[in-house]
Design a protein around this ligand. Structure first.
Ligand SMILES: Cc1cc2nc3c(=O)[nH]c(=O)nc-3n(C[C@H](O)[C@H](O)[C@H](O)COP(=O)(O)O)c2cc1C
Length: 472
């Protein structure tokens, strides 16, 4: 990995679109790494187009896409001049499948291109894109779209991203790729294929971005480093206090009275082993104070990845009301963040900020009608007749049971797709007039946000976070 531009601070990728192109750009301009979230970016871009793309930024980025026939297809399908009738719901994009229709693939490529292109516009700083390994079926098309916009880094966690280095190598050469996808109850191998030739008129090679794997243990570093074909260019070592999804504790039986996971020292990565691997690494999860940055550097890390502090910055995608609510509860010292073992359909523990008027409230959760219409966290399974079906623990329980899902484990599953769209002001409107409610995730070590909330009582910007962390 070329060391000349290794950043000290990585602004973590936070889905859905909390790590917006605006946030990533402001961080990149400081000489650090700004990261956009690629998760569900096809829905984000399609809904913004349906809202009229008021500032014209999406269409500006699109005008730089190398094939304007593809752009016309996307605009014809989703763009509404002046914005949609606000009493109507958004039109959904096609759900991810193993055999997607071409217009769904085009949208994944274009949406990733647009978000990266906007983050890179007007400066020469570094921009990355974050994806979750668990959401497999969008990965090849999204990597390619980001690469067409000259993305500098790809960062992937929430799973073991062993296939990514090779995918990036092949895509940079314009070669067709096939990524293995986990299909439950199947003994056969299943793939999602992607051919860069589906976008006509391109020339290759294109830049192959650096790849950072986000993992929680030194054992995974050793595993991925064993073979050149799986070895990333570096690691983000993320501890269990981080916002979003967390790796489950090693002792799966260790739970508190609410059934949520308890972490112990054996869940900490051995940083000496990570350092001895020779790969550059960054530390994440509660590394959001100047002292923790120094501690990370002293442990041999290149720097830190920080999430929550940036999630609450002005440029992040959270709506300003939600940001204010969180900052108010921080300053009044009433904010609780719990590690919820059953909220995420992925089965991974997920950090949930307990806030009224959000799905963290039991009554609000119960009042919501289960529906799975975005489907990013659906996973494929093999039907008895040999075909492939898709299921999500947060869909209606009867449907999930019919698909042979484990209903007991699905009882408290949250529809993260719809809630996280609501967090950024793109929540769906339901036929009964209700709007989908938000659900906020944050890290559980809030020392950094606590400090900035007191220092900047009117809120803070990405530049303030960088100044604070680097002691400027
Ligand atoms: C709102 C929010 C959403 C997140 N979403 C993602 C995500 O989509 N993908 C990911 O790899 N990490 C995600 N994270 C983790 C961050 O990228 C980062 O590693 C982590 O928050 C660092 O810990 P900190 O919050 O203590 O700084 C999220 C964190 C937050 C706060």
């Amino acid at each position: 990995m070329s060391s000349e531009r290794l950043p000290t601070i990585i602004q973590g990728g936070m889905g859905i679109a909390v790590s917006s192109n605006q946030l990533a750009k402001e961080v990149a301009k400081t000489g650090n790494l700004g990261v956009i979230s690629g998760t569900a970016i096809d829905s984000v871009i399609s809904r913004r187009l349906q809202d009229g793309d008021i500032d014209g930024s999406i269409r500006r980025a699109m005008s730089h896409f190398p094939n304007q026939d593809v752009i016309k297809g996307v605009l014809d399908r989703y763009f509404i001049e002046g914005g949609r009738d606000q009493s109507k719901p958004y039109i959904d994009v096609p759900k991810l499948t193993l055999k997607p229709v071409q217009h769904a693939v085009d949208l994944l490529v274009v949406a990733s291109f647009v978000e990266v292109w906007l983050a890179k516009e007007g400066h020469d700083g570094l921009i990355g894109m974050n994806l979750l390994e668990k959401i497999q079926m969008c990965i090849p098309a999204q990597l390619f779209g980001a690469m067409l916009a000259d993305v500098d880094y790809i960062l992937i966690g929430a799973g073991i991203p062993a296939q990514i280095p090779n995918l990036l190598n092949q895509l940079a050469l314009g070669k067709p790729v096939a990524m293995t996808v986990d299909v439950a109850e199947s003994t056969m191998k299943h793939f999602i294929s992607f051919d860069p030739g589906c976008i006509e008129g391109l020339s290759f090679p294109i830049k192959r971005p650096q790849f950072l794997a986000i993992v929680s243990s030194h054992a995974l570093v050793a595993y991925l480093n064993k073979d050149e074909i799986t070895k990333p260019d570096g690691y983000v070592i993320e501890g269990h206090t981080a916002g979003g999804h967390n790796a489950p504790p090693r002792n799966k039986k260790s739970k508190d009275e609410e059934g949520n996971p308890i972490y112990t020292e054996q869940d900490e990565a051995d940083l000496v082993k990570v350092k001895n691997s020779g790969s550059p690494f960054w530390l994440a999860g509660g590394y959001a104070t100047p002292a923790k940055v120094q501690e990370a550097l002293a442990a041999g890390a290149q720097g830190v990845q920080v999430g929550s502090l940036f999630a609450l910055a002005e440029e992040s995608g959270f709506t300003s009301d939600l940001k204010q609510e969180v900052i108010d509860s921080l300053t009044s010292e009433t904010l609780t963040v719990k590690t919820d073992g059953s909220a995420s359909p992925t089965g991974f523990p997920f950090k949930v900020a307990v806030l009224p008027k959000s799905l963290s409230d039991d009554d609000a959760y119960e009042a919501r009608n289960r529906i799975c219409d975005l489907g990013y966290l659906r996973t494929p399974f093999e039907r008895e007749n040999g075909g492939v079906g898709y299921r999500c623990p947060s869909e209606p329980l009867k449907t999930y049971e019919f698909k042979k899902g484990n209903v007991e484990e699905a009882q408290h599953s949250q529809c993260l797709c719809n809630a996280l769209m609501s967090n950024i002001g793109l929540g769906q409107l339901r036929p009964d007039g209700r709007r989908e409610l938000p659900l906020i995730t944050l890290g559980s070590d809030l020392s950094g946000p606590d400090y900035l909330a007191k220092k900047h009582t009117d809120g803070w910007r990405a530049q303030d976070v960088i100044n604070y962390l680097l002691g400027k």
